[in-house]
Design a binder for this molecule. Structure first.
Ligand SMILES: Cc1cc2nc3c(=O)[nH]c(=O)nc-3n(C[C@H](O)[C@H](O)[C@H](O)COP(=O)(O)O)c2cc1C
Length: 162
């Protein structure tokens, strides 16, 4: 198992959680808002656990903490969207991490890099998180670069705007 020789930590000793998180942080991701309709509002939470699951049929997933209030709301709403935030939207990412499930403006959503609109397919609890699977009903994308997250910092993917 010891390949890299550096910071080898068994995930059952002391301090492993910090090293586990630090290791996961070495995988760069995009930054998204999971969004659903609640009354007249759209509410959002920041996520980076998004991934594509199936192309045909189109299915995506992201995971939420089991106790997340947003999870119950997704189950009630039965539909949701995932917006890939654009490079200048780090402040918005922080805001919907600090105040999850608060209303999001059409302007923030309109400035995002892309959107995936889903019907809730299923949820699956594993450990302290629950995976949310969505059957993709429609997609949209704009022209800007996406916001990225790497080693606990917001960053950018350069050079691919077209
Ligand atoms: C870049 C970034 C990515 C995040 N990704 C996720 C995620 O994928 N799943 C999740 O449950 N929370 C994620 N969070 C945290 C949530 O936005 C939110 O702060 C948290 O779920 C609220 O937890 P609480 O219910 O304990 O207050 C992320 C936060 C940041 C800043």
């Amino acid at each position: 198992m010891e390949v890299l020789k550096k910071h080898h930590i068994e995930c059952d000793g002391q301090h492993w959680q910090q090293e586990y998180k630090s290791t996961l942080g070495r995988f760069p991701t995009g930054v998204c808002l999971a969004v659903l309709e609640e009354g007249d509002d759209k509410i959002a939470i920041t996520i980076n656990s998004f991934s594509s699951v199936s192309l045909v049929p189109p299915i995506i997933q992201f995971s939420l903490k089991n106790h997340s209030r947003f999870l119950g709301k997704v189950r009630d709403a039965r539909q949701f969207s995932v917006y890939f935030l654009a490079r200048p939207q780090a402040e918005e990412a922080l805001m919907f991490a600090k105040q999850p499930a608060s209303p999001v403006s059409p302007q923030v959503l309109g400035d995002s890099a892309a959107a995936i609109h889903c019907r809730l397919e299923d949820t699956y609890q594993k450990g302290d998180h629950t995976m949310v699977f969505g059957e993709v009903k429609a997609v949209e994308h704009g022209r800007g670069d996406a916001l990225a997250y790497y080693r606990s910092h917001f960053t950018s993917v350069e050079g691919y705007a077209s």
